[in-house]
Design a protein around this ligand. Structure first.
Ligand SMILES: Nc1ncnc2c1ncn2[C@@H]1O[C@H](COP(=O)(O)OP(=O)(O)OP(=O)(O)O)[C@@H](O)[C@H]1O
Length: 505
């Protein structure tokens, strides 16, 4: 069946009819993981020249559905058709041949290879003498097109790049073309590690790509991105598609309600009440290594301090330096007066213990409390895990399951539970909300404010400007240095961007 929806292209409207046949269509797709029914008979399609936004809470089934579109998972029942032709042996090579690409949430660059070498992996056509040069030119041209001020070299080794830059390479690589066609790109949380400026560049590129007749699936928990850039929005809930409509038929409230977050909707409307705490004892005093003037970060008990600015400008480095200073108790010029926990943003490299269960991943920072004599008490570990499962809704039938049985957003919740469940008085958060759905985010914001009220200190680096509303004051970073300190009353996106780009110190 051709897609009869009305789609918007660059402000114009057009009816997608016979000329805009579906690139891909799934009918009745079904998938279980053990006892979990991840997809419960899903119908889904994407038309050519269409950007489909896909939203839903953590664990709703979005990534599983996208794995089917990309050929990495085969439905247990149901049918896949590409350009109206039923595919009986759909697979990753077949998807590639048909021009269907995917950028998954968990980044897939080989860490020990350069950007050019990582590009070559996707393009066997780049062979023979000079392949490295060709791969470098291909990826550099695409990075220039999407992110004009990217400052990434094709010779850079992937593991030396910040998570934001790795995400930029991964996205750009998906849009490079050699021998296979390019028809549909799936972008699963493509802006989760990008600052507002870079995310804007990517979304503008996506609109140009779609206006040129190609297709995109955009998964994001930042609802404004989906509302502003998709032609049609599909909402998933508990393994089912519960709505599919033109983007302009939705607003933020309708989306949240359809996703199943009526409570969250009330909270969005509510003013974030945040009061300046009585200044408690000093918890952290730290100066970035490259700071030459007198600026330094100072945090007291009960304060929530934001670290802002363009991604990769020294915010993570300072958090890691504070973490190291606390552990080493060395004289590093950084003063830390209480135990510290870190919520990593790059969960693949810094956060998750892959061989362990969900419960063990939560308990690792609280071993002293979980100990019974010399051994860890399984009962105490289970109690801690159960408490957090209920508190922030970790979606699993069994907390003893392996951590990788969780959806991406639920893995991130585990890192939160680990830090908040520990005895740390200072919690460092390195852009920790990557992939976390809006309902949980609001719960976590409440929790952070509540814990700050009890005297905990939070240092919170975020690429989502809205999150800074939860902070008492923020430090803006540029080129590894603090260039501005803004109070709550001065906090606007404009002001932050101005400080991030300006020369003012
Ligand atoms: N490899 C796996 N093993 C076991 N369960 C899995 C596996 N992959 C997914 N699941 C389960 O399937 C359900 C759907 O997960 P999926 O990753 O598709 O959700 P999602 O909507 O993409 O969530 P998120 O927004 O957190 O990325 C979840 O309950 C998840 O725990």
């Amino acid at each position: 069946m051709p897609n009869a929806d009305i789609v918007r292209l660059d402000g114009a409207e057009k009816h997608s009819g016979a000329a805009n046949m579906d690139i891909i269509r799934l009918d009745g797709a079904e998938k279980h993981f053990g006892a979990v029914r991840a997809l419960a008979g899903v119908d889904f399609h994407v038309g050519s020249g269409e950007c489909v936004g896909l939203v839903g809470h953590n664990g709703a089934g979005k990534s599983t559905l996208m794995h089917m579109v990309a050929g990495t998972l085969i439905p247990e029942s149901g049918q896949i058709a590409v350009r109206s032709r039923v595919e009986d042996n759909y697979s990753v090579p077949r998807a590639q041949q048909l021009g269907i690409r995917c950028v998954f949430q968990e980044l897939s660059l080989c860490p020990n290879l350069s950007v050019a070498e990582n590009t070559r992996i996707n393009h066997p056509a780049l062979r023979g003498l000079g392949w490295r040069r060709k791969a470098a030119d291909l990826i550099t041209a695409k990075l220039d097109e999407i992110f004009p001020d990217h400052s990434i070299s094709a010779a850079d080794i992937a593991s030396d790049l910040s998570i934001g830059k790795r995400q930029m390479v991964e996205v750009a690589r998906a849009f490079t073309v050699t021998q296979d066609p390019l028809e549909l790109v799936i972008l699963d949380e493509p802006t989760s590690s990008l600052d507002a400026h870079t995310a804007g560049q990517l979304l503008a590129f996506v609109r140009r790509f779609v206006a040129g007749g190609k297709s995109c699936i955009l998964i994001s928990h930042v609802l404004g991105e989906v509302l502003g850039n998709a032609d049609r929005i599909v909402v998933m809930r508990d393994g089912k598609v519960v709505a599919s409509d033109a983007a302009k038929a939705f607003d933020r409230d309708r989306l949240v309600t359809t996703m199943g977050g009526a409570e969250a909707r009330e909270k969005i409307a509510a003013e974030i009440a945040i009061q300046k705490p009585e200044t408690g004892p000093l918890r952290v005093r730290a100066r970035p290594a490259r700071q030459q003037d007198g600026n330094e970060l100072v945090a007291h008990a009960g304060e929530i301090i934001g670290l802002a600015g363009l991604a990769g400008h020294g915010q993570t480095d300072l958090l890691l330096a504070i973490f190291a200073a606390a552990a080493a108790r060395a004289k590093t010029g950084i003063e830390v007066t209480a135990p510290v926990a870190l919520v990593a943003g790059d969960r693949q490299s810094d956060g998750i213990f892959p061989q362990w269960s969900i419960a063990q991943n939560i308990g690792i920072r609280s071993l002293a409390r979980l100990r019974n004599g010399l051994l860890i008490s399984p009962q105490r570990e289970a109690e801690l895990a159960d408490f957090w499962q209920k508190k922030i809704g970790i979606r699993t039938p069994d907390m003893n399951n392996n951590i990788f049985s969780l959806s991406g957003g639920n893995q991130q919740k585990v890192l939160f539970a680990r830090a908040l469940g520990s005895d740390a008085k200072i919690v460092l958060m390195d852009d920790p909300m990557r992939g976390v759905d809006i309902g949980t985010k609001l719960e976590v914001y409440d929790l952070v404010r509540e814990e700050a009220g009890r005297g905990r200190t939070f240092l919170w680096y975020t690429t989502e400007t809205e999150e800074l509303d939860n902070c008492h004051h923020i430090y803006v970073f540029k080129n590894g240095r603090i260039v501005a300190k803004l109070g709550r009353d001065e906090l606007t996106e404009e002001k932050i961007i101005q400080s991030s780009f300006g020369d003012a110190a």
